[in-house]
Design a protein around this ligand. Structure first.
Ligand code: ADP
Ligand code: MG
Length: 281
């Protein structure tokens, strides 16, 4: 395993697409594991009430007295209190989603600065870590729910960049315009430093013309954003979560692990290059 470059500044990436089933959770989990495997410290925040990312990383989100993102967003609990280590990936931490997160979308409406809850919790986490002389995680990855509601809005307000997984299927680009418009609106009004980080093509089936056509179309529309690495459709990626593992540890030498490692490397290299530009400027 070759080490990945550290970003000069900790990065927060929101993995988002309001379409369900496009590979958000798989990508958040496996990119997080691949970044950690590459020697970086990573925190995955599960913002989807379904909690699939938490389960996929071996966290028992139904455990008694388990605190999660809900407690942070709604009950003002420190994010640090919710964070658990991923059992089989060192340096990978998870802020799990418990069932009550499903209610947060509605409860948040009545809360002051409702769009800034996660951002403020992350600021507080960094301060708490700094007081204990612990560095902030190199990467925070946020697994977003399949909607553009307040949970996703909190993720976009807290993030430096959005990572958009796109399934290489019919209607792949449907909804993308709306997502990119939302990112633009958040950037104008709530989070000026938000950028479109990367588009990741997922569930690529090399045997079909359709997958190749979709991939080409997305690359034509967003030449700079699309990662070179493409995630193939493979059953290992879909079965790894039932073992509470990322595909990176479940089948370390398979194509799934390999492709997510490649995607993680591109992300890390871009972030490292970006910080150098920033330093020069
Ligand atoms: P989302 O979070 O966008 O809803 P998921 O990551 O949960 O998407 O993926 C939807 C379904 O597709 C899940 O059952 C998942 O296991 C499966 N899946 C995701 N990526 C792949 C892949 N590359 N190959 C095969 N199955 C995949
Ligand atoms: Mg999901």
């Amino acid at each position: 395993i070759t080490p990945l470059p550290k970003p000069a500044r900790p990065r927060v990436l929101a993995v988002s697409n309001q379409k369900g089933g496009v590979g958000k959770t798989s990508s958040a989990v496996n990119l997080a594991a691949a970044l950690a495997e590459g020697g970086l410290t990573v925190l995955l925040i599960d913002m989807d009430p379904q909690g699939n990312a938490s389960t996929a990383l071996g966290i028992d989100r139904h455990a008694d007295a388990m605190m999660g993102v809900y407690d942070v967003l709604v009950a003002d609990r420190p994010l640090l209190r919710t964070v658990r280590p991923c059992p089989d990936v060192p340096d990978l931490w998870v802020a799990p989603a418990t069932i009550d997160l499903a209610g947060a979308e509605i409860e948040l409406v009545a809360i002051e600065r409702r769009e800034f809850r996660l951002r403020e919790a992350l600021d507080r986490l960094r301060q708490q870590l700094a007081r204990n002389r612990i560095g902030a995680p190199d990467y925070v990855l946020i697994d977003c729910p399949p909607s553009l509601g307040l949970l996703t809005l909190n993720a976009l307000v807290a993030a430096d960049q959005v990572v958009i997984p796109i399934q290489c299927e019919y209607y792949a680009l449907e909804g993308l315009t709306q997502l990119i418009r939302t990112v633009g609106l958040v950037q104008e009004s709530l989070n000026p430093s938000l950028g479109l980080g990367a588009i990741l093509l997922t569930m690529y089936d090399g045997r079909t013309r359709l997958a190749a056509q979709v991939a080409e179309e997305v690359r034509t529309h967003f030449p700079a954003a699309v990662l070179r690495a493409t995630i193939p459709r493979t059953v290992r990626i879909s079965e790894a979560p039932s073992y509470g593992q990322s595909v990176v540890t479940y089948e370390p030498n398979g194509v799934g692990a390999h492709s997510y490692r490649e995607a993680a490397r591109e992300l890390a290299q871009r972030a490292a290059a970006k910080s150098q530009e920033g330093e020069r400027a």
